[in-house]
Design a protein around this ligand. Structure first.
Ligand code: FAD
Length: 488
């Protein structure tokens, strides 16, 4: 069944973004004046959404250029420190040293990508950073393995011994090599459990906590670089800059992943105001706090939420804002997909919350252009916030398999009517709909002038990639397509 709700487009703006009809039981009635901790005060109107700040964020090209430049400097460092390469053993050892240096540099880049640096988070978006981190992780593990093999082989050739006896000599006679070997195996282990097939079999939290062993591996491997690497043996300046690189990233991690969230927790006093059932297995959680406007959160962004109850405090999960952020209230909406999302329904008012963010590049990009929002399932959450606040003409296409999966219907219809936007509910299975409900032809008919608009897509990974392909086939340029993945 296709259920298409069209709204005519009167030329007026909606009232300010509020939390229409979505007040949890503990919240005051709509007529009550807004007060701290209330989920109801109007905040953002369509057309008043803050335009995307182009300062304070960097592009993918700039990040790649910096990373490549860093790699060139590392090569130069080796060149400068190398006594010269002679014979097969020398070539093997030299190649092993270069790969080892690249691995040492690579882990720093990998950690920096995950340091929650605001310019990276805002410019590239968390999901792109996570993809780069995963891809870079595979390279670094390969570099570490190749480094170890080439060094063993090269030393064995130079010493005219076998690789087994040379391995034993390296482990027992060379300073800190044993620790570095343990580090290498830890990295390999983390790499293996991060492989898609293995990751699907372990719980997210198991994978996450095992992943933290990477920090131990980095610490264990650090000293062997200075103790054994020819690049650093006699070059104090190289040691200084190499240490400064590691130290800088450690400070950034400590600052952005620990100090900033702690300061934010103390400053904003996040707490649960109430929970509202939105549909089968879907709840909204209203989170109150002080001076929330200072967070600079924008519709479409997300936070990592840690609810301080006895069963939830130890894990933080990402959920997008499902309404424009207010001065004293934020709203998230989650589908029950596992332990954490199911437990949200049991949260009690007053529960303290640790919120890390805002994160994400899924924000208003070029104000003034026509915008199409394409939501699948619970992917409606960030799009609901954008729908209420983006300036200019907006069309929302909301794909769901069943009518019961549609959430926020009243809110979406109210926003559409108030701001003169269009909502299409595309409901039903493929079989029921007799074909692809999001084919290029269907998309063009639902959103005339599609190829000249910005399109925001959020939904399950399969739907998102199919939608992006269909949009490209419909003539939408790549740079006009913005998508958010709910998988990191
Ligand atoms: C940027 C972003 C925004 C999101 N926004 C929303 C939202 O608005 N509404 C919503 O319902 N869901 C959202 N999600 C998905 C939500 O985070 C997961 O569904 C939730 O964490 C599942 O946890 P669980 O314990 O309930 O289920 P589990 O069974 O533990 O996990 C189910 C799947 O969710 C993913 N997941 C679990 N924990 C995390 C985590 N801490 N970080 C990243 N992925 C995780 C894993 O891929 C896992 O396979 C978002 C995810 C991301 C990455």
């Amino acid at each position: 069944m296709t259920n298409v709700a069209r709204r005519p487009a009167p030329a007026r703006h909606a009232g300010a973004e509020a939390y229409p009809g979505r007040r949890p039981p503990s919240a005051p009635p709509p007529s009550a004046p807004p007060r701290s901790g209330s989920p109801g005060s109007p905040r953002v109107t369509p057309g008043t959404v803050r335009p995307r700040k182009e300062s304070g964020q960097v592009s993918a090209q700039v990040v790649l250029a910096v990373v490549i430049l860093g790699a060139v400097v590392v090569l130069a460092l080796w060149w400068h420190g190398s006594p010269g390469v002679r014979g097969l053993g020398g070539w093997l050892t030299g190649a092993g040293e270069i790969l080892g240096l690249m691995a040492g540099y690579g882990v720093v880049v990998l950690v920096a990508l995950m340091a929650r640096l605001p310019p990276l988070e805002r410019g590239l978006g968390t999901d792109q950073l996570a993809r780069w981190h995963a891809m870079g992780g595979r390279y670094v593990v390969s570099l570490v393995c190749a480094h170890a093999l080439l060094i063993i082989w090269g030393y064995a050739v130079q010493a005219h011994t076998g690789v087994v006896s040379e391995s034993a000599a390296l482990l027992t006679e060379y300073p800190d090599v044993l620790m570095a070997t343990v580090a290498g195996f830890l990295l390999l282990g983390v790499g293996i459990i991060s492989m898609r097939a293995a990751r699907r079999r372990v719980r997210y939290e198991t994978w996450y906590y095992l992943h933290l062993y990477t920090y131990l591996a980095i610490a264990l491997a650090f000293s062997h670089q200075f103790a054994d690497g020819t690049t650093f043996l006699s070059n104090l300046a190289a040691r200084f800059w190499w240490s400064a690189m590691y130290l800088t990233v450690a400070v950034l991690i400590a600052w952005y992943r620990f100090a900033v969230p702690l300061r934010s927790f103390a400053r904003h006093s996040f707490h649960v105001i109430g929970v509202k059932q939105e549909g089968p297995g879907v709840v909204s959680v209203y989170i109150g706090g002080d001076r929330l406007d200072e967070l600079g959160a924008e519709p479409g962004q997300f936070f990592r939420w840690r609810f301080l109850t006895s069963s939830m405090w130890w894990s933080s999960h990402p959920y997008s804002l499902s309404a424009a952020p207010g001065q004293d209230v934020l709203r998230i909406t989650a589908k029950d997909l596992g332990d954490h999302s199911a437990a949200l329904a049991q949260l009690r008012p007053g529960t303290r919350v640790f919120a890390e963010g805002p994160y994400g590049a899924f924000r208003a990009s070029r104000p003034g252009r026509g915008v199409v929002l394409l939501a699948g399932g619970v992917g409606i959450t960030p799009l609901r916030a954008l729908f209420a606040t983006l300036p200019g003409p907006v069309t929302l296409i909301y794909r769901a398999s069943n009518a019961s999966d549609v959430v926020f219907r009243e809110e979406l219809d109210a926003i559409a009517a108030a701001r003169g936007a269009v909502v299409h509910y595309v409901i039903g299975s493929r079989a029921e709909m007799g074909g692809d409900p999001l084919s290029p032809r269907v998309l063009r008919s639902l959103a005339p002038g599609l190829d000249a608009q910005d399109v925001y897509v959020c939904g399950p990974p399969g739907m998102t990639s199919a939608a992006v392909k269909a949009l490209r086939a419909a003539g939408v340029p790549k740079r006009s397509i913005h998508h958010e993945s709910f998988e990191l």
